[in-house]
Design a protein around this ligand. Sequence first.
Ligand code: NAD
Ligand code: UDP
Length: 323
Amino acid sequence: MHYKSKEQKTMKRILVTGGAGFLGSHLCERLVNEGNDVLCLDNFFTGSKRNIAHLIGDPNFELIRHDVTFPLYVEVDQIYNLACPASPIHYQHDPVQTTKTSVHGAINMLGLAKRLNARILQASTSEVYGDPEVHPQPEEYWGKVNPIGIRSCYDEGKRCAETLFFDYHRQNRLDIKVVRIFNTYGPRMHPNDGRVVSNFIVQALKGDNISIYGDGQQTRSFCYVDDLVEAMLRMMATPNGFTGPINIGNPGEFTMLELAEKVIALTESSSKVVFCPLPSDDPKQRQPDITLAKKELNWTPLVNLENGLNRTIAYFKKTLLEK
Ligand code: NAD
Ligand code: UDP
């Protein structure tokens, strides 16, 4: 028998689906830095090799091009399932594929976890609450979701994925973890993915108009990516049997108008706000109740909006200059 060093004993083989995306790339980086053997899987629909270029060549990092809607045969100890486009313009581009990615992707990754007896974490979303009537949203709230609207491919796909996770847990005693992620932002967001933080920063840096959809009174709560990754790791490390779902997000709540004003001030931009049509089914308000995460993960977000925006602005400044 080979002697294993302490490091080797604690090192885990970890699969991250959607690992070349915004959140996935930060998660891979953190897991590699902590000495794990990371298998990053992506079909590069919205992710890019640029996001993980700095990890390529590291002996603890491996990249595979694969679509989660097809079965996968690998050997790992843990799975983080993040594969799915997250921005409305991307998930609405091919809505049928979005549902397939959430549902078939979940079935394939759960099947893999079952064969391996591996712990599996699902990146779910605050979108499972839809346009919520309960504010802030606790995990017990079942949501108000339109099943046939333009956001449904994402919302219902993610809801069905949660159903599958809990049925595999009940039926096969699979060790599952479900996190409901609220709007998260930071470096490596795609500059054209249409999400509000990246849109406003890029517009402000270019001196373009800041596009506010509707009257700008709708609210969101923004979590910085490092805080999110920390919470995901803590959730993965909870004892077997603690499944979630658990809300992960920053409870600081802002209107889109307030966000636009903050971005303009921090970038010292001369951009002006313009009001554009509100997309249908756009939730009016969103704020996580993170009581459970505080209690079970001993976690609370540390980066406030101003600090997080400054770090994100620095990233986009560099990216735009390079272009
Ligand atoms: P992203 O679009 O940057 O990342 C998604 C990644 O999944 C991309 O790299 C993409 O190429 C990959 N992907 C898409 N379809 C795939 C498929 N069929 N097979 C393999 N790979 C595929 O988005 P993100 O913000 O990093 O989101 C990551 C996960 O977190 C998603 O599941 C998303 O639903 C969830 N989430 C994100 C947020 C947020 O605010 N960022 C909020 C809630 C939930
Ligand atoms: N939004 C906006 N201008 C933009 C992009 C988005 O006013 O250029 C609004 C959008 O209508 C929504 C909020 O910002 O009310 C958050 O949008 P995003 O797509 O980032 O996330 P989600 O709606 O999925 O929470």
